[in-house]
Design a protein around this ligand. Structure first.
Ligand SMILES: Cc1cc2nc3c(=O)[nH]c(=O)nc-3n(C[C@H](O)[C@H](O)[C@H](O)COP(=O)(O)OP(=O)(O)OC[C@H]3O[C@@H](n4cnc5c(N)ncnc54)[C@H](O)[C@@H]3O)c2cc1C
Length: 179
C-alpha cells in the first residue's frame, strides 16, 4: 500500500485539544503522542501525518444548553444542540429550522418557545444515546479497545448471515387490508 496518498481517520481520548482549534504543530504533537509506540504501520502513518499539510484535528464535542431562546433570539442547529459523532447533526439542524418556520408562520409571538419544546423531543434522546455510543466506539481501556476490535471484526460476518437468512427465509409480507 502506498501511504503517500493515504487518507486515514484516528480517534482517541485526549484533554489537550483546546476549544477553537490550536496550532497546527501542536496538533501533530498530540497525534504523535497519542499513537507513540503503536505497532503495525502506525509509525509510517505518523510520519505521513507529520509531513502532511492538510491534517485536520478537532475535539468531538456536544452542545447542551438550558435554553435555546431568549427574547428575540433563538438558536438553531449546532449552536443549540450539536449531537456529534454519529451524524444526525445536519438532519436535526434542518428539521429544527422547519419546525421553527412552521411555528413562526402559525403564531410568531410564541414561536420560539414552541419550536424549542417540539424540537427537543427529537434532540434529547439522540444526545442521551451518544455517551454510550462514544464509549463503545472510542473506548478508554485496553479491554474496551479489544472488545470493540473483536466486535468490528465479527460484525461483517453477522451482517452477511442476516442477509443470507433473509434471502432463504423471506420476510413475511404485512397482511393486506381491504376496505
Ligand atoms: C467531521 C464531521 C462529520 C459530520 N458528519 C455528519 C454526518 O454524516 N451527518 C450529519 O447529519 N451531520 C454530520 N456532521 C454534523 C453537521 O456537519 C452539523 O451538525 C451541521 O453542519 C450543523 O449545521 P449548522 O447550520 O447548525 O452549523 P454549520 O454547518 O457549522 O454552519 C455554521 C456556519 O456559520 C458560519 N459562521 C460561524 N461564525 C460566524 C460568524 N461570526 N459570522 C458569520 N458566519 C459565521 C460558519 O462558517 C458556518 O458556515 C458532521 C460534523 C463533522 C465536524
Amino acid at each position: 500500500m502506498d501511504l503517500s496518498s493515504c487518507r486515514s481517520n484516528c480517534a482517541s481520548h485526549s484533554s489537550r485539544i483546546s476549544k477553537g482549534g490550536g496550532a497546527f504543530g501542536e496538533h501533530k504533537r498530540i497525534l504523535a503522542d497519542a499513537y507513540a509506540g503503536g505497532g503495525w504501520r502506525v509509525p509510517e502513518l505518523l510520519e505521513q501525518a507529520r509531513a502532511a499539510e492538510d491534517l485536520w484535528l478537532d475535539s468531538v464535542s456536544q452542545v447542551r444548553i438550558e435554553r435555546w431562546n431568549n427574547g428575540r433570539v433563538a438558536l438553531l442547529g449546532d449552536a443549540a444542540s450539536s449531537v456529534s459523532l454519529f451524524g444526525d447533526g445536519s438532519t436535526l439542524a434542518m428539521a429544527g429550522a422547519h419546525t421553527l418556520a412552521d411555528h413562526l408562520a402559525a403564531a410568531p409571538q410564541t414561536a420560539f418557545a414552541r419550536y424549542e419544546t417540539q424540537h427537543r423531543t427529537l434532540v434529547d434522546p439522540r444526545q442521551a444515546n451518544i455517551a454510550m455510543a462514544a464509549a463503545l466506539m472510542v473506548p478508554a481501556t485496553r479491554v474496551g479497545i479489544a472488545t470493540r476490535n473483536l466486535a468490528s471484526r465479527l460484525w461483517p460476518a453477522a451482517a452477511t448471515a442476516g442477509w443470507l437468512r433473509n434471502q432463504v427465509i423471506p420476510r413475511r409480507r404485512p397482511a393486506q387490508v381491504t376496505t
